[in-house]
Design a protein around this ligand. Structure first.
Ligand SMILES: *[C@@H]1O[C@H](CO)[C@@H](O)[C@H](O)[C@H]1NC(C)=O
Ligand SMILES: *[C@@H]1O[C@H](CO)[C@@H](O)[C@H](O)[C@H]1NC(C)=O
Ligand SMILES: *[C@@H]1O[C@H](CO)[C@@H](O)[C@H](O)[C@H]1NC(C)=O
Length: 420
């Protein structure tokens, strides 16, 4: 019995390692739907096999996103407390014709591309196997399960202003499931895959009959980099070229969106610093083990990580994030009526500490991904950033609704670099 248990665990850890080395899960590619570029495995037989494999892991792990008890959940806002904003100020009488006059309630379509930060992997996980479940319905920037009181997400906030919003994920799902909607993120995704993801995203939106492609206002959030910095950078021939390559990918993605997705507001959110997570003090044993698989460039012997190699990756990470700060401000994305992109900096000085030390309830079972509680914080931080002028945006997060911004009579619009 003990032996089977142990070998099962070893098997699962190996599987996770494979996933995190970005090899396994991307073979399940579906040229039409998936975020990943087609590979030799992209034929209907392999696709069936990988979809089946994913469906089975999901069945084994279960639909954890429906759990209603646990310290990984946020504090709920009681029914007696009204929504903090004046909803009437948050929506224009007529849909605006300029992205610089966009109010939250004018948004009809929401979408996201990126990595496991966006798939909400393991947000409700309390065991190893459950980390496989992507709790997309609870994702900070694209989950629409429940409501703003008990699942504070960007879509659930926007729904208060415009109940007709479409595109948010309904519940636990993988990207090839209908429930994921316009959440085209994939676990293990890296910068290189952004342009392809964006194209798939546009295909999804274009072919959806609920969307008026030319007229509807769309909001899209992009978060990428965790895998580049944790698992990919140390396998590159010239790791120092990663920020420059990221710049190229980001530029290609934004140009494509500007030219092919009419009426779009893009949020770029940088990954939180990797060292904050890998250096967590007193982390539970299971987290220590899993970080070897999730962040092999920084933790463990696989890539010979040392103090000095970690300093090297940290430097590359800073440059990588600087790219995300600079590219949205380029002239070619400025002064347009139908497109704007803004870097939202709330992850810059984010802390996981409370007055007692590290607040592990903000993190998932692997101390790497966010818990539902963490997702709720991330959502309200993003929302606040969208209503703060560039230069005055907060660079950390608070508990949801602790300091919640609202559109006002003087400043009713989402901030761009050109209306502030
Ligand atoms: C996987 O699950 C989805 C949704 O439940 C279903 O539509 C699909 O047919 C399944 N695919 C396979 C290969 O089992
Ligand atoms: C959140 O609210 C919905 C609808 O009221 C309810 O079905 C769901 O169980 C609630 N979730 C939690 C965690 O209490
Ligand atoms: C690991 O790092 C040490 C110290 O920097 C170095 O001497 C050694 O050659 C490295 N080994 C490999 C396999 O890179």
């Amino acid at each position: 019995m003990w032996l089977t248990q142990t070998s099962l665990n070893i098997y699962l850890i190996l599987l996770l390692l494979m996933c995190q080395e970005n090899k396994f899960h991307r073979w399940k590619v579906d040229g039409q739907l998936s975020a990943f570029r087609p590979t030799v495995f992209d034929n209907s037989e392999w696709r069936l096999f990988f979809h089946l494999y994913r469906n089975v892991t999901m069945m084994m792990a279960g639909r954890t996103g429906l759990k209603t008890r646990g310290r990984f959940l946020q504090k709920q806002v009681p029914d007696s407390v009204p929504f903090p904003c004046d909803v009437n100020l948050g929506r224009s009488r007529e849909p605006p014709t300029s992205v610089h006059k966009l109010r939250p309630g004018d948004i009809n379509v929401i979408a996201a591309i990126g990595d496991s930060v966006i798939t909400a992997s393991g947000a409700s996980a309390t065991s190893f196997l459950e980390l496989y479940t992507e709790n997309r319905g609870l994702s900070w920037c694209i989950g629409g399960q429940w409501n703003w009181r008990n699942a504070t997400t960007l879509p659930n906030i926007l729904k208060v202003f415009n109940p007709k919003l479409v595109g948010y994920s309904y519940r636990d799902s993988y990207s090839f499931h209908w429930d994921s909607q316009f959440n085209n993120a994939e676990i293990g995704a890296i910068s290189k895959e952004l342009p392809h993801m964006a194209r798939q995203m546009v295909t999804r939106i274009k072919s959806d009959r609920r969307v008026n492609f030319k007229r509807d206002w769309k909001i899209l959030t992009i978060t990428i980099g965790g895998n580049d910095i944790c698992a990919y950078v140390c396998t590159m021939k010239n790791p120092e070229s990663l920020p420059m390559k990221h710049r190229r990918n980001l530029l290609a993605t934004l140009r494509y969106l500007r030219d092919n997705l009419p009426r779009t507001f893009v949020n770029i959110v940088s990954m939180p610093d990797v060292e904050k997570v890998v250096n967590l003090p007193d982390k539970p044993m299971i987290c220590w083990i899993l970080h070897h698989g999730e962040c092999p460039c920084w933790v463990g012997p696989i890539h010979n990580s040392t103090e000095s190699s970690r300093a090297r990756w940290a430097k590359i990470q800073r440059q990588y994030k600087k790219v995300e700060d600079e590219v949205p401000m380029l002239d070619e994305f400025r002064g347009l009526d139908g497109f704007a992109v803004v870097h939202q900096p709330w992850t810059k000085r984010l802390t996981l500490n409370n007055h007692k030390g590290v607040d592990y309830s903000l993190l998932s079972y692997d101390c790497f991904h966010l818990s539902q509680k963490g997702h709720a914080r991330a959502a309200s931080a993003l929302w606040n950033n969208m209503l703060e002028p560039p230069g005055k945006k907060r660079t950390a997060w608070n508990a949801p609704f602790e300091s919640f911004r609202c559109p006002t009579r003087e400043n009713p619009y989402l901030y761009t670099y050109d209306n502030s």
